[in-house]
Design a protein around this ligand. Structure first.
Ligand code: NAD
Ligand code: GLY
Length: 360
């Protein structure tokens, strides 16, 4: 088993990575927990909830399964409320613990419920998608979407542990694997040129979920994210680099309607657009733009963005948590392995949109 520790001002928690972790979930439950709420959805629940419940039962606490509808379209207030309804109807108290069994949607909603239920209870992340294993389960960002903007309502709330069972990736649809790989290559592009080159060499092995390759990718991704979050838990500065491709990507997601493109697909395409913008305003070499486009395609993500109309694109990108005083801020890469956040002139953004959108 590999363990990566996340050190944040409020404490320290482990990310445990190994095949079969699902059968040891009781190890993540704090000794003084009074009850356990296992939050999942019907897709993941049918595959893994019984195993998770068997393991959690060994902690000797009542385990209540809470199933939310599956999908990004349900990452909203109404669905979140189902968690509170279940907890209150079943007498959960401040020492109860939630366990998020699922992808980033379940993880973000469970984390947010834990952040605000009785002003904050503990929770464990059990990420079952690649995207959630390499990104969303780590670092304590939780929340739901608003019709006007992605992840606009939320809180920072760190889990007490992250339990990554690499075996569960075996049931993940290929499209979801590609979406997760977008967040994997992101770490290379913003902070680790050697890892970027390794991803270029291993794109096919990663898509095929070859065990050694995928284990290495998860390990490096978690270490990278843990390093950033340890320095800037609440995104006062540095942490914003983890949003490479997200300003464009979030516009795609909300512009097309949540769920039309997978989050990782939108981020992958957004990374191509961010590379183009970096070439316009941050000296990113044209040859590296081509490398970014090629790797995003190689992992199976789209490289041509939807034509939402230039004005609509700009309006959507203004609804971004990095925006300040109505001005959009982008994560840019002067070179592969280095990132910064800054405003970009509107004419440069419009030029990038003109050459990156098309029929999809
Ligand atoms: P998701 O949670 O919707 O999961 C994708 C699909 O895969 C779902 O249908 C799910 O039921 C299914 N699934 C999950 N595990 C499975 C398995 N092992 N086998 C078969 N099917 C499985 O999507 P996601 O890509 O995991 O997460 C995307 C969400 O994460 C977005 O809402 C995004 O905003 C959020 N996110 C959050 C952070 C953060 O830091 N909090 C970071 C990145 C992304
Ligand atoms: N996925 C961006 C962040 O965690 O900050």
């Amino acid at each position: 088993m590999n363990v990566v520790d996340v050190d944040v001002p409020g404490g320290r928690y482990p990310i445990r990575i190994a095949p079969g972790r699902l059968d040891a979930l009781d190890e993540a439950i704090p000794a003084d927990a009074t009850a356990i709420g296992l939050v999942t959805n019907p897709t993941v629940g049918a595959l893994y909830a019984e195993r998770a419940e068997r393991a959690l039962a060994r902690a000797g606490r009542r385990v209540l399964r809470i199933e939310l509808p599956d999908g990004e379209a349900h990452k909203d207030w109404q669905t979140l409320n189902q968690i509170f309804d279940a907890l209150l109807a079943n007498g959960f108290d401040r020492r109860s613990v939630l366990v998020a069994l699922g992808g980033g949607v379940i993880g973000d909603m469970t984390g947010f419920a834990a952040a605000v239920f009785m002003r904050g209870i503990r929770f464990v992340q059990v990420p079952t998608t690649l995207l959630a294993q390499v990104d969303s389960s780590v670092g304590g960002k939780t929340g739901v979407n608003h019709p006007l903007g992605k992840n606009m309502i939320g809180a920072f709330h760190q889990p007490v542990a992250v339990e990554i069972d690499t075996d569960v990736l075996g049931t993940l649809p290929a499209r979801e694997v590609s979406a997760g790989l977008a967040e994997v290559i992101k770490y290379g592009m913003i902070m680790d040129p050697a890892f970027w080159a390794w991803c270029e060499e291993n794109a096919a092995a990663l898509r095929a979920l070859e065990p050694a390759a995928i284990a290495h990718a998860i390990q490096v991704s978690c270490e990278s994210k843990a390093r950033v979050v340890a320095q800037d838990e609440r995104e006062g500065g540095l942490r914003a680099i983890l949003n490479l491709g997200h300003t464009f990507g979030h516009a795609i997601e909300s512009g097309l309607g949540y769920g039309a493109w997978l989050h990782g697909e939108a981020v992958g395409c957004g990374m191509v657009q961010a590379a183009e913008l970096s070439a316009e305003v941050a000296g990113f070499p044209a040859a590296d733009v081509a490398r970014v486009r090629a790797l995003v395609a190689a992992i199976g993500c789209p490289t041509v963005a939807p034509d939402l109309g230039a004005q609509h694109w700009m309006d959507l990108m203004r609804v971004d948590k990095k925006a300040e005083g109505g001005e959009i801020r982008f994560v840019l890469t002067p070179r592969i392995g280095e990132a910064l956040t800054r405003k970009a002139p509107e004419d440069a953004v419009l030029r990038v949109l003109a050459r990156t959108v098309g029929p999809v």
